[in-house]
Design a protein around this ligand. Structure first.
Ligand code: DC
Length: 667
């Protein structure tokens, strides 16, 4: 996951490959609640692991559910069987509507004392219509803040005292989650001899989400009868029964980004595993809308294959009420269409993670687009190549804003897109950007090169700059060190007679960098390559031209999305001569000797500063006068003398230079 303040997505040119998507949020949280309410044990496979499911799991654990991980990445949940183990709890539900609404209904019926709260935005998301319906029934729910909104306090009631004779009326035109919440929870009260009837007041929105609810209730033994979309009946004597095991489909809303990717990007097409056109999720109907815009889509059980069809895409005018979440993706696809596209009947966007109509309109305009919007619609005009701007996209703590705007990186103007707070995707798809980068190709992946004399602090600076930008990191010195080690192990020496053999080794190193460790053929050699003698060997093999040539391809291979910070000799001259930024880091020999002295002392190695300084000066001379790859700044490198700078100041300076060569306005 990217935990950086922003993520710059370079202009993307093509995409191809297969993605496996995380489980559906809507299915995951419904299944978790049903498994908790049921009697018996349910094993849940392919559950989404995200912020919203984590708050649900934490809440269920706080209520006394036993939850264990199984061997095959499943989760085993021991149901409460309708009886609470902890009759009072204070639950934090983040910004998860799929946890807040159904838990409110279930806890109001389970008979305990509870407090439910969330992040500030959750306290602006309406829940009054659900509380009204519960109050009608005789449940006792108080608002702890603004009336109509969380946080809530729930008081116990006796199930026998509930007014279940008359139909329970609930509004369906603000959020379908109110009806879902009642449908999931009311079987708790169906032990008596009477059916429980729910009447929907107003036009029910987001009907496909109700289909998911009904489908999953059926899997747990509750056969709800439905009369149109107005009346729902839970038969008398309904009881939750665990299906034993249940698989969560991949998230169809998450699939929308990759369906769009296949429709927009040039390339051999995108295959999505984990969800197919027969999905129970309403957002799968996004497939129809994408087809209408020109995408070529095939599907089978649990897979979709998407390729570019019409290009530019065909403009669309659509009632998007049935695909409220996925329709945000259409709003970005509309930038690539042959005319203005209109998404209608989307008033529910205004009460989601953020006011999504405002958010989408504002950020699309940042890209340069012309957008019209109203209480329940948005119209997006296509953006010609000359109109695109390198925009900084605000994401409003809304995962879907972050994800759908990544598609703007396919713009014909070749400008990058900066996504602020990219970690908000963790709500439903923590590895979204990594998954995107695994199939997308950039015409140019940005590189920052950092070189400088020994002990100048370039390694530390490189790691930190990479971390701050969310970029990959190449410590090229370690490649020479590993080559030196491989040479020793093969019984070779760094002499001209062995040069070809060592170069051969270097060109096929079974090397893996993993979480800061260096693995050679599966063995962790991180320590072995850091010894004094390994440094000597590295220095000697690095003077062999054939070895340098052999490592060229390996080093260039590190240039992958979203970008690279590379440290070492030759970086800005031979390996990445076209790097956007080259930094040559220096510090006075006196300073470097002092720093190295501190380093060695902290490792318990005793030396004198004078000795170290003499060594450094000798090495500088050797390094800069050697024949092969002498140490010298690239002609276009920016010099950074960090003698009197802290690490943080050096990092800031490099990031400042980086910002200067970016087309973005300052974030
Ligand atoms: O940075 P380091 O100490 O890990 O580098 C090990 C050796 O490899 C050192 O002698 C410099 C050399 N080297 C090189 O010649 N070219 C590079 N790109 C990186 C390191």
């Amino acid at each position: 996951m990217f935990s950086t303040p922003f993520l710059d997505i370079p202009p993307l040119a093509a995409a191809a490959g297969t993605v496996r998507l995380p489980g559906s949020k809507s299915i995951s949280n419904r299944v978790l609640l049903l498994a908790a309410l049921a009697s018996g044990t349910t094993t849940v496979h392919d559950l989404l692991d995200s912020d919203d499911t984590r708050v649900m799991l934490d809440a269920l654990a706080a209520l006394g559910c036993t939850i264990d991980r199984t061997d095959e990445a499943g989760l085993r949940i021991e149901g409460l069987g309708g009886r609470l183990r902890n009759p009072s709890a204070s639950l934090f539900l983040g910004n998860a509507g799929t946890a807040m609404r159904p838990l409110t209904a279930a806890l109001a019926l389970l008979g305990g004392q509870f407090e439910l709260r969330g992040v500030p935005r959750m306290h602006e998301r309406p829940i009054g219509d659900l509380v009204d319906a519960l109050t009608q029934l005789g449940c006792h729910v108080d608002y702890l803040g603004n009336p109509g909104y969380p946080p809530l306090r729930i008081h116990p009631v006796a199930l026998e005292s509930l007014a279940l004779d008359a139909p329970i009326r609930v509004r369906g035109d603000v959020s379908s989650q109110f009806l879902t919440a009642l449908l999931l929870a009311l079987p708790l009260a169906s032990h008596g001899g009477r059916d429980i009837v729910i009447d929907v007041v107003g036009e029910l929105i987001s009907k496909p989400y109700i289909e998911i609810t009904l489908n999953l209730l059926a899997r747990f033994g509750i056969a709800v009868r439905r009369d149109g979309w107005q009346r729902f009946t839970i038969p008398a004597g309904s009881e939750y029964r665990s299906p034993g095991a249940i698989h969560v489909e991949a998230d169809a809303s998450s699939a929308s980004y990759f369906i769009a990717l296949g429709a927009i990007a040039d390339g051999a097409g995108i295959r999505i595993e984990g969800v197919g056109a027969d999905s129970i999720q309403g957002d799968i109907r996004f497939v129809d809308a994408a087809r209408q815009m020109g995408a070529r889509i095939d599907s089978g059980p649990n897979w979709l294959a998407i390729g570019r069809g019409a290009w530019p895409l065909a403009a669309i005018d659509i009632d998007a009420n049935h695909i409220p979440d996925a329709a945000m993706t259409l709003a970005v696809m509309a930038l690539y269409a042959d005319g203005p596209s209109t998404l209608r009947n989307i008033a529910s966007w205004r009460v989601k993670e953020t006011d999504r109509i405002d958010a989408m309109a504002h950020e699309l305009r940042q890209l340069g687009a012309t957008v019209e919007d109203g209480p329940d619609f948005i119209r997006v005009h296509p953006l010609p190549a000359a109109g695109w701007r390198a925009a900084t996209i605000k994401t409003y703590d809304d995962h879907r804003v972050a994800m759908c705007f990544s598609l703007a990186a396919f713009n014909p103007a070749g400008v990058p897109v900066r996504i602020l707070e990219p970690h908000c995707v963790a709500k439903t798809f923590p590895d979204y950007f990594e998954t995107l980068f695994s199939v997308a190709e950039a015409s140019r992946v940005p590189v920052i090169c950092i070189d400088g004399p020994t002990a100048s602090g370039k390694g530390t600076l490189t790691v930190e700059v990479a971390r701050r930008l969310g970029y990959r990191y190449l410590d090229s010195g370690s490649l020479y060190r590993v080559t030196g080690l491989a040479m020793r192990r093969a019984g070779l020496d760094a002499e001209p007679a062995h040069e070809a053999a060592i170069a051969d080794l270097a060109s096929s190193l079974p090397l893996v960098f993993s979480e800061g460790n260096v693995l050679l053929g599966g063995e962790d050699v991180s320590d072995a390559i850091r010894t004094e003698s390994a440094g000597m060997d590295a220095s000697r093999v690095s003077a062999l031209p054939a070895v340098r040539a052999a490592l060229l391809g390996l080093q260039r291979g590190f240039r992958r999305l979203p970008g690279l910070v590379a440290d070492g000799r030759d970086m800005g001259t031979v390996i990445f001569p076209d790097a956007e930024l080259k930094v040559y880091l220096t510090a006075s020999a006196a300073q470097r000797a002092e720093r190295r002295h501190k380093q060695l002392i902290s490792k318990g190695i005793s030396t004198t500063i004078a000795d170290l300084r003499a060594d450094l000066e000798a090495r500088d001379l050797r390094d800069s006068s050697r024949q092969v790859a002498p140490l010298k700044p690239a002609p276009d490198a920016r010099l950074l003398d960090n003698s009197s700078l802290s690490i943080e100041q050096s990092v800031e300076e490099v990031l400042h230079w980086w910002q200067e060569v970016q087309p973005f306005e300052s974030a």
